[in-house]
Design a protein around this ligand. Structure first.
Ligand code: SAM
Length: 246
């Protein structure tokens, strides 16, 4: 199936595929990514990652795959809260992972968290080998959503868990109206001033608006063969946590 979000790209005037454009964009914003994330989410991104990871605690996953790991914040949080045997972070942006590698080295976690270039559309990892896959703010960028979800499912062991955190638009007044103004005007202006990319922070709100959320993403996960799919909106309604089982 084709989804509207797959057609939303950062650089509409370029010929590259969505995946290539995403890689270029994240390489460009990598040095400022963490700082902008904190500022734009009013430091809530950290609490969202924590909630997402804690939803896995009772399953005690030992081998974890952090899909679209970026600068590795979710992987570090997973290590701190779950103490698994190993975490593999994969991403298509070496620029983002370089920031992550430095972070992990400075925390003395090189033997626990490793990084590698992998495109989630076609993961070159052993099938059925991970107890859990985790992904924060990555799925919205997929060039082919079904293909990405299938590829993740393939590397999860039967019964393994998929935890996704993704930004979503609030549904009710006054958050809905406030968020619209914030995302259309404040985010692009802040991004323009503080990152090297004019396009990246215009792409962000457009991609959130176009991406299937809540019950719609739950149905897509089910159509891709995941069971026990559940979701809940996290405070203040601009981030949703999804949990699914292979
Ligand atoms: C918004 S960042 C999120 C980074 C990190 N997970 C976090 O919590 O901050 C999205 C990341 O998804 C990565 N990404 C997008 N499409 C991907 C794909 N097909 N395969 C692997 N990584 C991908 C991007 O390169 C980028 O680093």
């Amino acid at each position: 199936m084709t989804y509207k979000a797959e057609k939303i790209v950062p650089f509409a005037d370029r010929e590259n595929t969505k995946g290539e454009q995403i890689e270029i964009m994240f390489d460009e914003i990598a040095p400022q990514y963490d700082k902008l994330n904190r500022m734009m989410s009013f430091y809530l991104d950290k609490a969202w990652r924590k909630k997402g990871i804690l939803s896995l605690k009772k399953f005690n996953p030992q081998r974890i795959l952090d899909v679209a790991t970026g600068t590795g914040d979710l992987a570090v949080e997973a290590y701190n809260l779950l103490q698994p045997a190993s975490i593999v972070g994969i991403d298509i942006s070496e620029g983002m992972m370089d920031v992550g590698r430095k972070k992990v080295t400075s925390l003395g976690l090189d033997d626990k968290i490793t990084f590698g270039w992998q495109d989630c559309m076609d993961l070159q990892l052993e099938p059925d080998s991970f107890d859990a896959a985790i992904m924060a703010f990555g799925v919205r960028n997929f060039e082919n959503l079904d293909k990405g979800l299938q590829s993740i499912k393939n590397v999860l062991r039967p019964g393994g868990k998929l935890m996704i955190l993704e930004l979503s638009t609030p549904e009710h007044f006054p958050m809905k109206q406030g968020y619209r103004l914030y995302s259309r005007f404040v985010i692009p202006a802040l991004g323009r001033r503080l990152s090297k990319s004019k396009e990246a922070y215009k792409y962000l709100p457009r991609s959130i608006e176009a991406f299937p959320q809540n019950a719609e993403l739950k149905a897509i996960l089910e159509n891709n063969g995941f069971d026990e799919v559940d979701y809940k909106k996290l405070f203040p309604g601009v981030c949703t946590l999804y949990l699914a089982t292979k």
